[in-house]
Ligand binder design. Structure first.
Ligand code: NOJ
Ligand code: CA
Length: 589
């Protein structure tokens, strides 16, 4: 046994929960901490070891809780601070860490700070926000919710000035340039860290540090240093806490978020997500390879978070208009129904592939094996659908479907009292798509997820290792090799509908640096900086595929039982939309 660094997030499986739609414990139609606590065994049983809670703070709820009026409390509809602590304790007891949403780019305009700022020009809170006497000429630029947001500057009568809001007009941007605001950030972080959380999902990170409206403030040079300061504060308060940031930014900006590993630990990989969607739609791997190669190499302590769907629209903003159209066409979607904010699809994933179980599993198998850490949104594990009659992103935010009972077992309240309607009709309706039904069926998606997560945990190579592409003779097949310490695993995915026998380029095999098959091994700097033995270094890795162990390829997980791979060089079978996770070179357990 070798001692591992406590980079727990490198082998985490993160599960994202909106408390409000997860489980209603007191029967008022709104999910709450009582209900969530009751379902912790379910979550732990799935193999989850980190829960990400979406905003649960007091809120007028005009943006699903991303509009906060008190950073130090729990919304009374969801429970009390006592319930939160009990939840945290019980999650920890089951070996699960908890990270929480930190929404500090803006507050609700109902927050006492904003009210005080409007009321009194001389209040210290005035400078907590971003103001302008005149409406700036570019007020209609950079709108995040086109069609649903009119401007980024809105006049407030009482204040007698315009306030800046990157998002909806009820979300006033805080002024990060004000040291007192940054003090508030630290105090908020310190509060929740003290209660025992393991970190934050930082909302809207690029906008948090943008200097819009405060460009002239003298002391602001490099806004990214605010991230470093946050990280310092975080790490001094709790050494193993992390920041996982939402930052859908151009690739050249990525290093500014990770730096040498002294800023943020994790970013969501929007780039892989979008190119994965294009690849799945096209049934070809080239776009996914493009997505995987797009980001620069990142420091060893940093990590990508991969997802299929989150609680927002499926943003395709990094793709061309033709590619966006292609996805809509190939997924047979009606643009008028599903397209939102000029950039994305407001559906859950299964309806995009017409509920085809093979393609659903293929997508999640890919997510689990992307180099990084997977993030599941609650409900994905049972393949929930959506309700396009609901407004905007609510379509994919319907409550969890636990059973065939009324309201899908989510709540005992009358159906018209629910926070959002449960899906009742059709193939995604709760009468047959629910947790209980899937538990009884060994072949269900839920049971598949459990098996896949179990295997993922047995393969630290996916989360910790270096990876490289293996060239194949089939444009539908992605072959990735991952290496960590003495372990090697290979994941094969057939994105196309037809079965094949794929040939991998295994000999003469060391992939030259800078070639089309660029490996993502850590940089020499990162290796030097990393503590001994924390990762396979280049010199330790035997890239030559000639020794006697070579032919030991052991199937770990697949879409079906396959003939064992005795001679990998003679080709490997894959079903249409099939996949195989294989350990190479030694026994698995
Ligand atoms: C990103 C969140 O994911 C989204 O749901 C929200 O509307 C915006 N940030 C504003 O907080
Ligand atoms: Ca409730």
């Amino acid at each position: 046994m070798t001692v591992m660094l406590d980079l727990w997030y490198k082998s985490a499986v993160i599960y994202c929960i909106d408390v409000e739609t997860f489980m209603d414990g007191n029967g008022d139609g709104i999910g709450d901490f009582e209900g969530l606590i009751d379902r912790l065994d379910y979550i732990a049983g799935l193999g989850i070891n980190c829960i990400w809670l979406m905003p649960f703070y007091p809120t007028p709820n005009r943006d699903n809780g991303y509009d906060i009026t008190d950073y130090y409390n729990v919304d009374p509809h969801l429970g009390t601070l006592g319930d939160f602590v009990e939840f945290l304790r019980q999650a920890n007891d089951r070996g699960m860490r908890v990270i929480i949403d930190l929404v500090i780019n803006h507050t609700s305009i109902d927050h006492p700070w904003f009210k005080a700022a409007c009321k009194d020009k001389h209040s210290k809170y005035r400078d907590y926000y971003v103001w302008s006497e005149e409406k700036p000429a570019d007020a209609e630029e950079g709108i995040i919710f086109p069609g649903y947001q009119e401007s980024t500057w809105t006049y407030n009568e009482e204040a007698g000035a315009y306030y800046f809001h990157r998002f909806f007009e009820h979300q006033a941007d805080l002024n990060i340039g004000n040291p007192q605001v940054r003090e508030e950030f630290y105090k908020i972080m310190g509060f929740w860290l003290q209660l025992g959380i393991s970190g934050f999902r930082v909302d809207a990170a690029p906008f948090l540090i943008e200097l819009k409206g405060i460009e002239k403030q003298a002391d602001i040079k490099d806004p990214y240093r605010y991230l470093k300061q946050m990280r310092n504060f975080l790490s001094w308060r709790r050494g193993d806490a992390i920041i996982l940031a939402e930052a859908n930014v151009p690739m050249e900006d990525v290093p500014k978020y990770f730096d040498d590993g002294d800023k943020l630990q994790m970013l969501f990989s929007f780039i892989v997500n979008q190119y994965l969607m294009l690849a799945l739609a096209r049934e070809a791997v080239a776009p996914l390879i493009q997505g995987l190669k797009a980001p620069p190499e990142i420091p060893e302590i940093c990590q990508w978070a991969h997802f299929i769907r989150n609680h927002d629209e499926l943003s395709l903003d990094k793709l061309s208009q033709e590619e966006q159209e292609e996805i809509l066409t190939k997924f047979h979607q009606d643009k008028d129904q599903v397209w939102i904010y000029d950039r994305g699809i407001r559906r859950r994933f299964p309806p995009l592939v017409q509920g085809d179980e093979r393609r659903i599993r293929l997508a999640y198998s890919l997510m689990f094996t992307m180099p990084g850490t997977p993030v599941l949104k609650a409900g994905e594990e049972i393949g929930m659908g959506d309700d396009l009659s609901l407004k905007q992103r609510d379509a994919s935010r319907t409550p969890m479907q636990w059973s065939g009972e009324s309201n899908g077992g989510f709540s005992t309240a009358p159906s018209d009292k629910l926070i959002l309607p449960v899906i009742k009709e059709g193939e995604y309706g709760y009468p047959h798509l629910n947790v209980i039904a899937q538990r009884r069926d060994p072949n269900s998606l839920l049971n598949w997820m459990e098996r896949a997560i179990r295997m993922l945990k047995e393969c630290p190579e996916f989360g910790w290792g270096s990876w490289e592409l293996i060239e194949t003779d089939n444009s539908g097949v992605l072959a990735l090799r991952y290496q960590w310490r003495d372990g090697t695993v290979v994941a094969l995915h057939n994105l196309a509908s037809y079965a094949c026998t794929v040939t991998l380029k295994l000999d003469g095999d060391r992939v030259p640096e800078g070639s089309a098959l660029r490996s993502a091994r850590p940089t020499p700097e990162a290796l030097r900086a990393s503590p001994e033995g924390s990762s396979g270094s280049q010199s330790e890795i035997d890239w030559a595929y000639t020794d006697e162990h070579e032919s030991r390829w052991i199937d770990l997980l697949g879409d079906q039982p396959y003939e064992p791979i005795k001679h990998p060089e003679r080709g490997i079978q894959l079903e249409g939309y099939g996949y195989r996770w294989v350990r190479v070179g030694r026994e698995h357990l």
